[in-house]
Ligand binder design. Structure first.
Ligand code: ADP
Ligand code: ASP
Ligand code: MG
Length: 469
């Protein structure tokens, strides 16, 4: 079977003009592919508005909650009115969307009464944007004579109960996805599936994490043995840096799964970090393309990408981090300190993004998200209470407002001197490097700099290395 899964991100379906553009792309591809699946995100900004309406409700701010809901309602109604020519179809669609909005209002009122929102409640609310948008996109396609049907991913993707960051059960998802989508294929329909959401085996709605619609597309592609996945977004593909930091970041024509995995993990927002998981084992090509420049080929991601460029592919950043240091001369040669430190961090629930230990063993440094700072310090202090009392460990402290800058490229493996060039570029820009780690994959080098130096660090590395190759 010749199946293509195409996902349209928030800005690609963010207003009536963009939705029309996306629908044109679907209509064109429908002519070439035997089966086509469309995965849609919520309109850009809607998921944020939904989350904020739930939070405002929990905080008792009824007026703020109503304003947020009103904004969501008006946006969807306007889009339907602009897009759907048939009065009858429009009425049906508006009624359908109104039903979702009424549900949403009921949930927010209950949250307001209870004064709290659970992760489970948040998933029902935050997935509403996708649910409304899938209806709109499917209706527009039908009005263009492309047979299409909206499908809620809770019918297809089965997950565990980790609300807000659910993990799919691939075997169960495969069974359900095929059961729901194959009959639609046979009838010639294009299923328009909600991104971002899934459901537990009992049918309770879950979400896959922010930006998770990319992952939804890859999961469905795996379940359907698709030939390819195309991620449509608002830039020309995977770029050599965040275009908001580096104006002349350039599109990367080809990149490997391994490299794009590092890139996504280290902050490039263009792909959700889990997206490659389902496709990598099958070596299923993944493309990132621009909805607003569809003639441009974009980026092809595959197992063995052929590089036309040099050794460095991209520079990325992660913000809102702290570097935490456990230091003390008494740590010298004492076995098990590192293991106990990281055990304590794990118990705090924080994920460690980077680790470095000085060779003198007088300190262990790790980079963690800033919002976990205090919990992590408390946990380590509790674990090391004895060592602290004895003075073997002097202190556990955090430096806030740091970022990780990561330089990624498979060509680095064979090329000596990359770090020298990176540090040369930073030195010239007078940027102080706080810590360094080289990824074991040798596809990347990560360094920590002060948040205020972030933009300059990325620009100088990009200018010195990426742009000259
Ligand atoms: P979508 O809504 O289509 O999923 P996202 O906003 O999640 O889009 O991701 C696309 C955005 O990611 C781009 O508009 C761009 O600003 C940002 N971005 C950050 N780093 C990169 C990168 N290396 N390559 C491409 N885009 C990047
Ligand atoms: N709408 C969801 C979000 O904003 C999922 C996505 O767009 O991928 O996080
Ligand atoms: Mg995204």
């Amino acid at each position: 079977m010749n199946t293509l899964v195409m996902k349209f991100g928030g800005t690609s379906v963010g207003n009536s003009g963009a939705i029309r553009q996306a629908a044109e792309i679907v209509a064109t591809q429908k002519k070439t592919w035997e089966n086509l699946v469309v995965v849609v995100s919520a309109m850009s900004g809607v998921t944020d508005q939904l989350i904020s309406s739930a939070r405002l409700a929990a905080q008792g701010d009824r007026e703020g909650m109503q304003q947020a809901l009103q904004a969501v309602t008006a946006r969807h109604q306007q889009t339907v009115n602009e897009l759907i020519p048939s009065a009858q179809e429009r009425e049906i669609l508006l009624a359908n969307i109104q039903q979702r909005l009424d549900e949403l209002t009921t949930y927010c009122h209950s949250i307001h009464v209870l004064g709290e929102v659970t992760p489970r409640g948040m998933d029902v609310i935050s997935s509403m944007g996708e649910r409304m948008n899938a209806q709109i996109v499917a209706a527009l396609l039908r009005s263009m004579a492309v047979p299409a049907q909206a499908v809620e991913a809770s019918q297809c993707i089965v997950t565990d109960r980790t609300f807000q960051n659910a993990v799919p059960d691939m075997a169960a998802s495969r069974e359900k996805t095929q059961k729901v989508l194959l009959p639609l294929f046979h009838q010639g329909f294009v299923p328009v599936v909600t991104g971002f959401m899934g459901a537990t085996p009992e049918g309770v709605i879950t979400t896959l994490g922010r930006g998770g619609s990319d992952y939804s597309a890859a999961i469905l592609a795996d379940c359907l043995d698709a030939a390819e996945v195309w991620i449509w977004t608002d830039v020309d593909g995977v770029l050599s840096a965040d275009p908001r930091l580096v104006a002349n970041a350039r599109p990367i024509p080809e990149i490997s799964f391994a490299e794009v995995g590092e890139l996504a993990y280290f902050g490039a927002k263009v792909l959700h970090p889990k997206t490659i998981r389902p496709v990598v084992a099958r070596n299923m090509p993944l493309w990132v393309k621009n909805t607003f420049n569809p003639a441009f080929s974009g980026t092809r991601i595959s197992q063995a990408a052929v590089h036309s460029g040099g050794m460095i592919t991209a520079v990325t950043t992660i913000k809102h981090l702290s570097i935490l240091t456990v230091e003390g001369r008494g740590m010298l040669g004492v076995p098990g300190i590192a293991a106990r430190t990281f055990g304590a961090v794990a118990r705090s629930g924080a994920s460690v993004l980077m680790i470095s230990q000085s060779s003198s063993e007088q300190s262990i440094c790790m980079v963690i998200p800033s919002d976990h700072n205090q919990q992590v310090i408390d946990m380590i202090e509790e674990e090391m209470a004895l060592e602290l009392a004895r003075g073997d460990i002097d202190r556990v402290w955090a430096r806030d407002q740091v970022v990780i800058v990561t330089i990624i490229g498979s060509g680095m493996r064979e090329t000596p001197g990359v770090s020298a060039r990176v540090f040369g570029a930073l030195g010239k820009a007078h940027i102080n490097v706080i810590a360094i780690a080289q990824g074991s994959s040798e596809y990347s080098i990560s360094l920590v700099v002060d948040q205020k130096d972030m933009a300059e660090a990325v620009r100088s590395i990009h200018a010195e290395i990426v742009e000259v190759e």
